[in-house]
Design a protein around this ligand. Structure first.
Ligand code: ADP
Length: 303
């Protein structure tokens, strides 16, 4: 399969600020490709350059076979990018917003289809300013799809939403991919990238520091196994340190975590059972993308 987006050695600075420092990646058709990193890492600059909204200082880009700088008019017709809040006038009604934005494109999806697909029929006559956070995000998704684009870019789509609205928005992003579109998801949410992305580029300080599937990234860091359980009555922490494969034991509040290698779960369970203890919440902790970021940068990436 040939890539729908290919970015090679992209550089961009604003005055003395280096925003993007030699970024390269490829995106395959039909995938959800996440660009994950802390605020200020250069994510928006990268995707806005892909969309032809900013010019690169150097590097080569090919998007749907087009050059985003040279062919920006054609690219606009074939790519959708989520608007930011400030770009929609508060005193327009939902149907007026759709009509206004449809006028920019040669080919459009009928407003009625978008209103139905994105659960906005009931809100068609509401002012933009009166929509809830989740309804505004649904409208932004509808607007990004108004030209039936082949590639859709969502930039911090769920920032500011409550956990339930975030999860519903994730389902909507999957629905967009299921329509056969390629999705670029810019996020600083590790859970979001892990839940949605087929592949993730982790960007830090303008550079791609890792690029793989979520599981590939997690498997790539050599991490000790971790077994956790809540402290049983009369539990002696030292009883764990002698267990084969155990490197250290930590206690935080009423939670015990045992670190080590080999078949740790079985050995810890056996050692506990020998003391007549059977914790109900004995579990193996999985490494996550936060561990990946920490392992690669020495810093925490918090959403
Ligand atoms: P992210 O999307 O990862 O938060 P950005 O691409 O928005 O990162 O920003 C990368 C860096 O470039 C940051 O230091 C930001 O302050 C700076 N920056 C972004 N846009 C501009 C601009 N228009 N003018 C000056 N500096 C900018």
């Amino acid at each position: 399969m040939s890539a729908v987006i290919s970015v090679n050695n992209l550089h961009k600075r604003y005055g003395s600020t280096v925003a993007v420092d030699d970024v390269s990646f490829e995106v395959q058709p039909g995938e959800i490709f996440a660009i994950l990193g802390p605020n200020g890492a250069g994510k928006s600059t990268t995707v806005e350059t892909v969309a032809g909204l900013r010019d690169a200082d150097s590097g080569t880009l090919s998007v749907l076979g087009l050059d985003p700088q040279r062919d920006v008019q054609e690219l606009r017709q074939r790519l959708g990018i989520q608007l930011q809040q400030a770009e929609v006038p508060d005193r327009l009604k939902v149907w007026e917003v759709l009509t206004l934005f449809a006028a920019f494109y040669d080919k459009t999806v009928p407003s009625e289809t978008l209103l139905t697909n994105w659960g906005l029929q009931e809100k068609r006559n509401s002012f933009f300013s009166n929509l809830s956070g989740g309804q505004k995000q649904r409208l932004f998704i509808a607007l990004a799809l108004i030209n039936d684009p082949e590639i859709v870019i969502f930039d911090e789509l769920t920032t500011g939403l409550d956990p339930q609205a975030r999860r519903s928005t994730w389902e909507l992003v999957k629905a967009v991919r299921d329509q056969g579109k390629t999705v670029i998801l810019v996020t600083h949410g590790m859970d979001e990238a892990e839940q949605l992305a087929d592949r993730i580029a982790i960007i830090d300080r303008g550079r791609v520091i890792a690029l793989d599937t979520p599981q590939g990234l997690i498997d790539g860091i050599q991490q000790e196994n971790r077994i956790s359980f809540s402290t049983p009555v009369g539990f002696d922490l030292d009883s764990m340190t002698g267990v084969e494969g155990v490197s250290r034991v930590e206690q935080a509040g009423n939670q015990v975590t045992v670190f080590g290698s080999g078949p740790l779960m079985a050995r810890v369970a056996l050692a506990l059972s020998a003391q007549g203890i059977e914790p109900t919440d004995l579990r193996q902790e999985r490494a996550n993308l936060e561990d990946v970021f920490l392992a690669m940068t020495g810093r925490a990436l918090r959403s």
